[in-house]
Design a protein around this ligand. Structure first.
Ligand code: PMP
Length: 307
């Protein structure tokens, strides 16, 4: 067991199909992945239950991983992201590491050719998997966020729809600024000045008992938690509107929350020094958060894979 910045990391990883000590899962400094940030990834929540680990929407994560690879032009063999194959590898990893708590499992495809020039088509792609303790990246009693002066990368520059490692320079720039200014996270607008997302989470607002969230042409990652919340809200008969969202709509919302695999459902209580609603985690936000938690710990639900 390793600790990095107070987070417990399992010390074994899957690297190119083999289980290896984490310290030996290394990419060359000459690889496309290291030189140009050419890797695609997804993080899956694995809830620790008595019967094993419950993986939330593994199928969706693998579909998105394959789509990210395709979108940026990786000539990766489809079999690399096959559900059964990846599930087996995760099984192997969890059986070997036996984590004591719920985990975030990071699955990455790295472009691994050496000095290929600046191009996404490589001969060799490596799949890696490692896991660490599932700690929420946002405060649970209400986050404070700040609109960034950095804009979300445009779909015509680096599509946010593709979860590409290199694109996270954009998130890191904005999040560091937010932290330096004493906030928990940044809020991205896109180049049309509409609300996009946070550094690693999607955003919803609630107004008049309806959910509103930036649509998938607002330069967002098509979050799996976002989609799940829209489906859960429909079950609760709460309508969701996906559309362009202006920043001032957030300022006047009844409730605002962030969502994502590592943010779960996290209430936002302050944006740009303006208090959201009454400054406390909202009623609908709290309800959706509770239902998502229940769903993620329900081994029998069709969204989940028990390992
Ligand atoms: N947007 C960005 C930029 C992210 O990094 C994430 C985290 N993966 C999300 C949204 C939320 O996506 P998901 O619910 O699939 O984790």
């Amino acid at each position: 067991m390793l600790y990095i910045h107070m987070t417990k990391i399992q010390d074994l990883a899957i690297y190119d199909g083999e289980i290896v000590p984490l310290k030996d899962a290394r990419l060359s400094i000459t690889s496309s992945a290291v030189l140009y940030g050419l890797s695609v990834y997804s993080v899956v929540y694995a809830h620790k239950a008595e019967s094993g680990f419950i993986l939330f929407r593994l199928d969706r994560h693998l579909q998105r991983l394959a789509q990210s690879a395709k979108l940026i032009g990786f000539s990766v063999n489809e079999s690399l992201t096959t559900y059964e194959l990846v599930k087996d590898q995760i099984h192997k990893l969890l059986r070997s590491t036996k984590p004591e708590a719920s985990q975030f499992i990071r699955i990455t495809i790295h472009a691994a050719d050496s000095l290929p020039g600046i191009k996404t088509k490589n001969d060799k792609y490596i799949l890696s998997i490692f896991s660490h303790e599932a700690k929420n990246i946002m405060p649970q009693n209400g986050a404070r966020i700040k609109t960034s002066q950095w804009r979300r990368t445009a779909d015509t520059a680096i599509p946010a729809r593709a979860k590409v490692n290199g694109a996270y320079v954009n998130s890191a720039l904005a999040k560091q600024d937010a932290i330096n200014s004493g906030y928990d996270d940044c809020l991205f607008l896109n180049n049309q000045e509409y609300v996009s997302e946070l550094s690693a989470a999607n955003i919803f607002l609630i107004k008049d008992n309806k959910l509103i969230t930036p649509d998938i042409s607002s330069d967002i990652l098509e979050g799996i938690t976002r989609r799940s919340i829209i489906e859960i809200a429909a079950e609760l008969q709460i309508p969701t509107i996906e559309r362009k969202v202006a920043l001032t709509e957030l300022y006047t919302a009844n409730e605002v929350f962030a969502c994502g695999t590592s943010a779960f459902v996290s209430p936002i209580i302050e944006i740009d020094n303006r208090v959201v609603g009454d400054g406390l985690p909202g009623e609908i936000t709290t309800k959706i958060r509770t239902i998502l938690q229940e769903r993620q710990s329900d081994a029998r639900h069709e969204w989940n894979t028990l390992i």
